[in-house]
Design a protein around this ligand. Structure first.
Ligand SMILES: [Zn+2]
Ligand SMILES: [Zn+2]
Length: 281
């Protein structure tokens, strides 16, 4: 389903296009991008409650096909500013599920685009069924009247259907429904970019859908809220670790860690994310 918000200003000036093209290109050494299909920058790696002072989930991917975010948690604008990311460079945002620590930054990002960043290039937000309704509600509860104003850029909403591959602004993504109560189907996301696969569990307790989502991925970004303790709707490191051989990912990075997992992060053999960490894939 595609839904359009705001008025589309069809003429994009040459200066806009040039700016967008420059902004879309990673602000890293071009030499790096010749070898890597994408640069993954962890802008927010925290749980919902700011454990260890970490920001909510927000992952920036800079690829030759475009620059996109995976999740846009409530603190996303702080994360973008802290790590010097130009908001207008983000063409697409993929949302795993409709919890505030994963999508609650969208109202701020849309309003920043309108008032501070003066965005003119379209913004696509792709996420679970129910995204349009929930984003509308989030906009209205945060900034009344903000969902209906006319803007100089288009916000295109795409609701993804589980297990149906989609092409969003040149990025191939396949969503898998996982197990996490959030009022709408929660998704794990599998991205295929050039010859690389990036998979992200979102928030979920163990489900075999994670094997499909992450199978053989070059990089699997996995929730590990707790170390061994099982919590409904969330993944413990222990449960994940037991099943990693089935997934067969080449590289695993743990994120969304709560207090007890953070306390034991140094003990585990897998990599653990932190705000500001960068990985080439
Ligand atoms: Zn979360
Ligand atoms: Zn959640």
């Amino acid at each position: 389903m595609v839904e359009l918000w705001g008025r589309h200003r069809s003429e994009r000036t040459a200066a806009d296009s040039a700016r967008a093209a420059r902004a879309d290109w990673p602000d890293r050494s071009p030499r790096v991008m010749v070898r890597a299909a994408m640069l993954v920058r962890f802008l927010g790696t925290g749980d919902a409650f700011g454990s260890a002072g970490r920001l909510n989930t927000c992952i920036l991917v800079q690829a030759t096909v475009g620059t996109f975010l995976i999740d846009c948690g409530a603190s996303a604008m702080i994360a973008l500013r802290r790590f010097g990311v130009e908001p207008n460079a983000v063409r697409t945002i993929f949302v795993s599920h409709l919890h505030g620590d994963h999508f609650g930054g969208l109202p701020f990002l849309v309003l920043d685009a309108q008032f501070y960043s003066k965005r003119t290039v379209p913004l696509t937000v792709a996420g679970p069924p129910g995204l349009g309704e929930r984003l509308h509600a989030a906009m209205e509860v945060s900034f009344p009247g903000s969902s209906t104003v006319t803007r100089a850029f288009e916000v295109e909403l795409m609701e993804l259907e589980p297990r149906r591959p989609a092409e969003v602004n040149g990025i191939r993504v396949t969503p898998y429904e996982v197990v996490h109560a959030c009022g709408a189907p929660p998704l794990a996301l599998r991205f295929e970019i050039e010859d690389k696969v990036l998979a992200y569990t979102g928030d979920t307790e163990w489900t075999d859908a994670l094997v499909d989502a992450g199978r053989g991925a070059d990089l699997l970004i996995a929730e590990a809220l707790t170390h061994a303790r099982r919590i409904k709707y969330h993944l413990s490191y222990g449960d994940l670790r037991r099943r990693l051989p089935e997934i067969g990912a080449k590289r695993v990075v743990l994120t969304h860690m709560g207090p007890d997992m953070l306390a034991r992060a140094a003990e585990v053999p897998e990599e653990t994310a932190e705000d500001g960490m960068e990985i080439e894939v």
